[in-house]
Design a binder for this molecule. Structure first.
Ligand code: SF4
Length: 427
């Protein structure tokens, strides 16, 4: 299959658009002008169940939904749409809505490494042993966009892309060399594997020469959105040779596969892609968020983990959905997420016992909701720091926060796990 990409305008010219129920069509017309929409022929032809779009997980994973906008903005846009005003002509108004909804990072300054007192552009480091790198071409796009993506604000925004990436492959080398405690380098994006294999190699090569780096990680959703990346793309063989080359340099290569739903793993094409990656010696570990209306039942996760194990993939993390925007419409209550995780883990193959979750991914600590405890008739969530920045409470430390069946917000986790956190729980 040859890659064919669709944006909000070109999708409207397809038969698939005409097959949408009227309400879905209207929501698409309105929302796809605010949120960047991108899909491709594989997703449309092989993954979405067009007879059941309102309940189909993959459709919901790609197409924007009404709850993503605050009700007043949605109503205003609907009125304009019904009045026949072209959504594309509302540029400044749409921009205002986008700005209002941009995901907010609480402590971005703490995560940007410094070299000789200057910020290391295109790098992000929360933990002592791993650094995330954002080479310029890798931050630009993905094979398709997920509706819940918290990076959506970067798409088509060259200003944000340029200020958060680097283009000289040697940029991070001196910093990493001067920090021998960094064992893992994660290439991330958008999706790093959208770009050509020879370009990817240019960015990885200087890192391979650093002895203290033992692990190269590549974060991608290509298996889900475009498995032909590893089979019939013109440089698919070159990409797999690059994987072998990385391993031949004595590094462990970890493909961090973003997998949300078992449907992404069910067809022959993706299974062939998986086998080809595995034949290089790379290990595929799977992670994905638990998301309202897409994979929020225990059955979803039992099916997902069982399929991953069957295919030789390693279930790694179930994340708490990172805040997409101020509406927070994808996150489910923490108690419900924990219950789904625990129920699914009991019923899935025993080899899924190593998967961790639900885990917060957008704070400085990697924090696990490890359970619920009752002390003197009061219930608490037990939180555990799986990874922590060097200057804060160590990994493995536990904290309690009051249990609330409906809450989606654990409060400020950075403050909670910091050295000087003095607040005592009273019970
Ligand atoms: S693949 Fe990742 S970066 Fe790309 S849209 Fe999905 S969540 Fe966002």
């Amino acid at each position: 299959m040859k890659f064919k990409s669709y944006n909000n305008l070109s999708f409207k010219k397809t038969d698939y658009y005409n097959r949408l129920p009227p309400k879905e069509k209207e929501a698409f017309d309105i929302l796809s002008t605010v949120f960047h929409f991108k899909t491709n022929n594989y997703v449309l032809e092989k993954l979405i169940d067009w007879k059941n779009v309102e309940t189909d997980s993959i459709y919901r994973l790609i197409f924007p939904r009404k709850e993503m906008l605050n009700p007043a903005d949605y109503e205003q846009l609907t009125l304009m749409h019904k009045a026949g005003i072209s959504m594309e002509s509302l540029g400044p108004f749409i921009e205002t809505i986008r700005k209002k909804m941009s995901p907010k990072l609480k402590y971005p300054e703490k995560s940007i490494p410094k070299l000789n007192g200057l910020k290391l552009q295109g790098a992000w480091q929360n933990f002592g042993t791993i650094i995330n790198l954002y080479p310029d071409p890798m931050v630009k796009t993905c094979h398709a966009y997920c509706s819940y993506c918290f990076r959506w604000i970067m798409f088509k925004n060259t200003e944000v892309q340029n200020s958060n990436s680097y283009s000289d492959p040697n940029t991070p080398v001196e910093y990493i060399r001067s920090h021998p405690e960094i064992t893992d380098v994660l290439f991330t994006g958008a999706d790093p594997l959208v770009i050509k294999a020879d370009k990817i190699k240019e960015y990885i090569d200087p890192i391979l020469a650093i002895d203290s780096v033992k692990v190269i990680r590549i974060s991608t959703k290509s298996l889900g959105w475009w498995p032909y990346r590893f089979t019939t793309d013109s440089d698919a063989d070159e990409l797999l040779s690059l994987f072998e080359y990385i391993i031949s340099k004595g590094k462990h290569l970890n493909i961090c596969a973003h997998v949300t739903h078992v449907k992404e793993l069910e067809n022959e094409i993706v299974q062939k892609a998986i086998k080809r990656i595995q034949a290089t010696g790379a290990i595929i570990r799977c992670q994905g968020p638990i998301v309202k209306g897409i994979n929020d039942t225990a059955e979803d996760w039992i099916n997902l983990w069982n399929k991953q194990i069957q295919l030789g993939l390693i279930p790694y993390y179930m994340f708490v959905e990172a805040e997409h925007n101020s509406e927070n419409c994808f996150r489910i209550p923490l108690a419900k997420g924990l219950n789904i995780f625990q129920t699914a883990q009991k019923q899935a193959t025993g080899l899924a016992r190593t998967v961790r979750g639900p885990v917060f991914m957008n704070d400085h600590h990697r924090i696990l909701i490890d359970g619920v405890i009752t002390i003197q008739n009061e219930k608490f969530f037990v939180l555990k720091s799986l990874q922590a920045p060097p200057n804060t409470k160590g990994e493995g430390s536990l904290k309690l926060i009051p249990y609330d069946e409906n809450t989606k917000d654990p409060g400020d986790l950075v403050a909670l796990f910091s050295e000087d956190y003095e607040k005592e729980l009273t019970y």
